[in-house]
Design a protein around this ligand. Structure first.
Ligand code: FE2
Length: 286
C-alpha cells in the first residue's frame, strides 16, 4: 500500500512555480500510489478561476490502475482532499464542496483507513476541529478492522520547529492528539506550515508536509512531498522535487513494529535515520 501526501499547492498563486508543478506530477505519477492525500490549500484565495486551475492541476495526477490497486474504493484515480484555510477564503468552501463533494472524506482498503477532517473556517487562518466533528471523527476512527489508521487535516496539531511564530495551530490540538491516541491512529498527515517535519508520540507519527509547488517553503528547507509505504514495515520518504533527492524514515507503527523487528537489517530499505528527525536538515536555497 503506497500513499502519496501532497499539500499546500497554492495553484495560481504568485508563489506557484510551474516547473515544480510539472515535476511533482511526473514524480507522483511514477510512484503508482494506491491513494493520493491532499491536505489543503489547493488555491490561494478561494476564487473560482483558482479552483478551475487547481482542478485542472489535480486531474493530471494518476494512481495505480484499479485492477492492481489495494482495493481502491473509487475509479481510475483515488484522491482524498481536505480543505485548507486558503481554500475557504471568500466563500471558497462552496466551490470546494461542488468540486470535491465534501470536506470530511473517508477512504478505506482492507487494511488501511484514511479519515479526512476539516480544520479550516471561512476567512480566518486559525485551525480548529468543531465539537460536532470531534464526535464524527471518534466514530470513524474507532473502527476496529483497519490495521493502519490515518487522519488527514490541513492545520498542524503539534508545533513545527523552525517555522517561525507558531500561530494557527489547531485550537483544540490537545483534544485531537488525545483522540488519535485513544482511537489508535498511526499517522496524522498535515500541511499549513510549508515545512516538512515528523513528530513521534508513543506509536503515533505526526507528519507535516512541505509545499512542493510554491517558493513559500520555510526554514531553509525545499519544495517537497511525501510517500508513505505500508507493508511489513512502514517507510516514509520525503522527496525534494527540485533536485529529486530523497530522505527516508522507518516508522514504528503499532501494526508494523513486530514485522519490522523481524526483518533482517540487511534486507531493509536504506534508511537515513533509524530514529526520527530532524526530518529536514538545512538545505541551500537556490
Ligand atoms: Fe499553505
Amino acid at each position: 500500500m503506497r500513499i502519496v501526501h501532497i499539500t499546500d499547492l497554492h495553484v495560481a498563486s504568485a508563489g506557484f512555480v510551474p516547473e515544480w508543478g510539472e515535476r511533482l506530477i511526473r514524480s507522483v505519477n511514477a510512484q503508482q500510489a494506491d491513494l493520493i492525500v491532499v491536505t489543503g490549500d489547493l488555491v490561494d484565495d478561494g476564487l473560482e478561476h483558482e479552483y478551475v486551475a487547481a482542478k485542472r492541476f489535480l486531474d493530471q495526477f494518476e494512481t495505480r490502475p484499479a485492477e492492481t490497486a489495494a482495493n481502491g474504493s473509487t475509479g481510475a484515480r483515488r484522491m482524498l482532499v481536505v480543505p485548507g484555510n486558503h481554500d475557504l477564503r471568500y466563500n471558497g468552501g462552496a466551490l470546494f464542496d461542488r468540486i470535491f463533494g465534501g470536506r470530511q472524506p473517508t477512504w478505506r482498503s482492507d487494511d488501511v483507513l484514511v479519515v479526512g477532517a476539516d480544520s479550516a473556517a471561512p476567512d480566518v487562518d486559525d485551525g480548529s476541529i468543531s465539537a460536532h466533528q470531534m464526535v464524527t471523527l471518534a466514530e470513524r476512527l474507532s473502527e476496529a478492522t483497519a490495521k493502519t489508521k490515518i487522519l488527514a487535516l490541513h492545520h498542524h496539531i503539534m508545533p513545527i520547529p523552525g517555522s517561525g511564530r507558531d500561530r494557527d495551530i489547531v485550537s483544540n490540538a490537545g483534544d485531537v492528539l488525545h483522540l488519535c491516541l485513544e482511537t489508535g491512529v498511526d499517522v496524522v498527515l498535515t500541511g499549513h506550515m510549508h515545512r516538512p517535519w515528523i513528530w513521534r508520540l508513543d506509536d503515533l507519527h505526526v507528519i507535516s508536509g512541505g509545499t512542493a509547488t510554491t517558493n513559500r517553503y520555510k526554514g531553509g528547507t525545499y519544495p517537497a512531498y511525501g510517500v508513505l509505504d505500508l507493508g511489513e514495515s512502514a517507510i516514509f520518504t520525503e522527496i525534494n522535487v527540485r533536485d529529486e533527492s530523497t530522505r527516508a524514515w522507518e516508522l514504528q507503527l503499532r501494526n508494523t513494529r513486530r514485522a519490522a523487528e523481524s526483518i533482517p537489517s540487511s534486507d531493509r530499505l536504506p534508511i537515513e535515520s533509524a530514529g526520527l528527525p530532524p526530518a529536514v536538515a538545512a538545505s541551500p536555497v537556490g
